[in-house]
Design a protein around this ligand. Structure first.
Ligand code: ZN
Ligand code: ZN
Length: 148
């Protein structure tokens, strides 16, 4: 688990149509950014996700879940198309789209991953950890996950 600072209050979020609501508790004050090709195809560009120790979801009947690989699924609102979360199946951990939430000030990027798949047309400030696909996969394998 991350040693990130937690935001003490609940943080509320919603999809574009408002049919799905998500409330995070003990939200990690760090954003994970993924530049991989799958995230770009899913959301149009990089994925920015936020983690929390707890969450509550409303409007579950509107939520569709798509299994995008053997190890992950991605959820979206079936009415407005807003993407909602990425769930890593081996751990059940999910990160929620940062843009859904009214995040308080002071959050920062924890790391940028799959930087080797990032397109040329943008760059974020390079003040966060930068990891290639092979590096992040090696980290996950060292933690005991297999992607075969
Ligand atoms: Zn919606
Ligand atoms: Zn990705």
């Amino acid at each position: 688990m991350s040693e990130a600072q937690r935001h003490p209050g609940p943080v509320s979020g919603r999809c574009l149509c408002g049919g799905v609501t998500i409330t995070l508790t003990q939200t990690h004050c760090e954003i994970d950014v993924c530049h991989c090709e799958m995230c770009a195809r899913w959301g149009g560009a990089m994925y920015a996700g936020v983690e929390a120790d707890g969450f509550e979801v409303g409007g579950e009947d509107l939520i569709s879940v798509y299994q995008s690989s053997d190890w992950a699924e991605r959820a979206f609102c079936s009415r407005c198309g807003s993407n909602l979360w990425y769930r890593f199946l081996p751990t059940g951990n999910r990160t929620f789209l940062a843009g859904l939430f009214d995040l308080p000030k002071g959050f920062s990027i924890k790391q940028q991953i799959f930087v080797d798949e990032k397109p040329d047309w943008y760059d974020l400030a390079q003040v966060s950890a930068m990891k290639t696909g092979p590096e992040i996969i090696a980290e996950a394998e060292a933690a005991g996950f297999s992607f075969d």
